[in-house]
Design a protein around this ligand. Structure first.
Ligand SMILES: C[S@@+](CC[C@H](N)C(=O)[O-])C[C@H]1O[C@@H](n2cnc3c(N)ncnc32)[C@H](O)[C@@H]1O
Length: 301
């Protein structure tokens, strides 16, 4: 695979600066993602959907932007026996995540797959390098999604198949509310000086929402289809709650400044647990809307 530019660490970009390409944050993002996969009612594997709907051909090359632990890449190998090179890109710098990616499937497929540390807005590949490009639930993490779209257009062949996904309005409203209430609780704890003006992390999806995607994508690509799904994250018992609590922990590293873990746990206990416990008591479950969509595109340059 031809590589052009990019530093060895591949993280010298705006997006990486925001995250600090920090292992804690990236590990957190991944655990949150896994929690949502576990707790949503009707999880759809958007990698499978995109691969089959776009009619990705065996032997063709595939770039996966924001590949995280590589589970999407794994799906493609496992379910479709894909042949042809697959490259996963992420700003992840945590060896734990990369290690997770090297699971059995990937070891078998290793000759044809590669994980590259780089950012979506500065891809270290030449023009027209890939036949297909996927960016699944990753572009709303990028500070300037337009830069990533221009990069995707550049590195994908003309007419190449592209899948880009995002979340819609109303997505994870409870999660957002909890993040604000946690910040409110922490602000009140003036005893911990320095945390009285703590900043709540930005809503990622607002950077590249379904509305933004519908507006921006046609500037770069031919839109073939848009698939959307309303799902719900459900908590029914203590076990589910632990998974959810762990996923909320991922948000901690995004607060500025990062609150101490003891204070964080206290906030969860005071402002999250009572709400969820009351809803389970009254309705048998806590539920938060999860709205996802995937745009199936072809490269129109
Ligand atoms: C929600 S996860 C999605 C993982 C996977 N694509 C999936 O759909 O299962 C988002 C991923 O995007 C990565 N990411 C965030 N900003 C990025 C950037 N600027 N360039 C590449 N990857 C990025 C994160 O590290 C994380 O692994």
């Amino acid at each position: 695979m031809e590589r052009v530019g990019g530093s060895d660490r591949g993280v010298d970009t705006l997006a990486a600066q925001e995250y600090g390409a920090d292992a804690g944050i990236l590990f957190g993002l991944n655990s949150r993602w896994n929690a949502y996969k576990k707790l949503t009612e009707n999880p759809i594997d958007f990698y499978s959907v995109a691969y089959s709907s776009l009619g990705v051909e065996h032997g063709s090359s595939l770039l996966d932007i924001g590949c995280a632990s590589g589970s999407g890449i794994e799906t493609v190998y496992r379910e479709f026996d894909h042949t042809g090179p697959i490259v996963g890109v992420d700003i992840v710098s945590d060896p734990f995540l990369l290690q997770t990616a090297v699971n059995d499937t990937l070891i078998k497929a290793k000759n044809e797959m590669e994980l590259v540390l780089a950012s979506a807005d500065e891809l270290p590949f030449g023009d027209n390098t890939f036949d297909n490009t996927f960016a699944m639930f990753s572009l709303y993490h990028v500070l300037q999604p337009e830069r990533a779209l221009a990069e995707i257009q550049r590195v994908t062949v003309p007419g190449g198949k592209i899948a880009i996904s995002t979340s819609g309005e109303g997505n994870k409203q409870w999660h957002r509310l909890f993040e604000e209430r946690i910040a409110g609780y922490i602000r009140e704890q003036t005893i911990f000086s320095g945390y009285s003006d703590i900043e709540v992390p930005p809503i990622f999806a607002n950077r590249f929402s379904l509305t933004d995607a519908a507006k921006l994508l046609p500037e770069y690509f031919e839109v073939e289809d848009v698939l959307t799904q309303n799902d719900a994250l459900i908590i029914r018992d203590l076990d589910d709650f632990f998974t959810y609590g762990f996923s909320l922990l991922s948000a901690r590293a995004n607060y500025k400044p990062v609150p101490p873990i003891e204070l964080w746990n206290k906030a969860i206990e005071e402002v999250v647990v009572p709400v969820i416990a009351a809803l389970i008591e009254e309705q048998g479950r806590f539920s938060d809307l999860v709205h996802r969509s995937v745009f199936l595109l072809s490269n129109k340059k």
